[in-house]
Design a protein around this ligand. Structure first.
Ligand SMILES: *Cc1c(COP(=O)(O)O)cnc(C)c1O
Length: 226
């Protein structure tokens, strides 16, 4: 059974070889979760999210869960919580949804531009997009050995960057009871120490991206003489 975390994949696509067609994230598994957290590709003005499914039983269960487990008003069949999407968020999201395709395209173009700008900077690994997927670049994440040094260097040029995410799941305090320790997942741990999310948003200009690339070059000590 596949349950998708499509929380930052609004509009992303995956080519199904079995069906020989492109499928949208959120239609691959039995159910999928989307986040409309304000910073996401489709973001509300507060907390919001959605579940997609083609399964009537799951849909009914989700509707109950989000509304204190009620099947009928004031009759609680299960324990639920308050996860309702309020009308103001829904209104904002309905308007923004019309622009999602165009915003995603802008992000894709920005990602391609970064790929070009960064391709000959030694030590920078740019994201890999296989031909069976179309990413929507909620984040543009590079990998680099001296990540903390680069983060500091960019910060000194007033360029903010992010870490998505600094600590792998198995090392989170919340999962300490599972008994994992450092070096249990060496790939995840290495990647967590090498990743850096560069500025990306719909409408970022080529000039802004060139400034980021130049600052990376400077920080890496490979400034091009002009
Ligand atoms: C944002 C995000 C979440 C959490 O979404 P919330 O709206 O904060 O619950 C979960 N998974 C992924 C991959 C995300 O990007």
């Amino acid at each position: 059974m596949v349950i998708e975390d499509a929380c930052q994949a609004h509009g992303a696509e995956y080519f199904s070889r079995r069906e020989s067609l492109w499928r949208n994230a959120g239609s691959l598994g039995i159910a999928a979760a989307f986040s409309f957290y304000p910073g996401k590709n489709l973001g509300a003005c507060g907390e919001a999210g959605a579940v997609t499914t083609n399964d009537e039983r799951i849909a009914q269960g989700i509707r109950m869960l989000r509304d204190h487990g009620q099947s009928v008003k004031y009759f609680h069949d299960i324990e639920g919580y308050n996860g309702r999407l309020d009308a103001i968020q829904a209104g904002i999201l309905t308007v923004k949804l019309r622009h999602l395709g165009q915003w995603n395209e802008s992000r894709r173009q920005a990602a391609q531009r970064y790929n070009e700008l960064l391709k000959d900077i030694a030590g920078v690994v740019t994201p890999f997009e296989p031909d069976w997927s179309k990413a929507v670049y909620h984040l543009y994440v590079i990998r680099i050995d001296d990540r903390d040094g680069l983060k500091k260097g960019l910060s000194s040029h007033a360029i903010d960057t992010g870490l998505h995410y600094p600590l792998p799941l198995h090392l989170q305090k919340a999962y300490a009871q599972m008994g994992y320790q450092a070096s249990d997942f060496p790939v995840a741990e290495r990647v967590a120490s090498e990743i850096l999310s560069l500025p990306i948003f719909p409408g970022i200009t080529p000039k802004q991206q060139e400034r980021v690339a130049e600052a990376i070059r400077l920080a890496r000590g490979t400034a091009q003489k002009v």
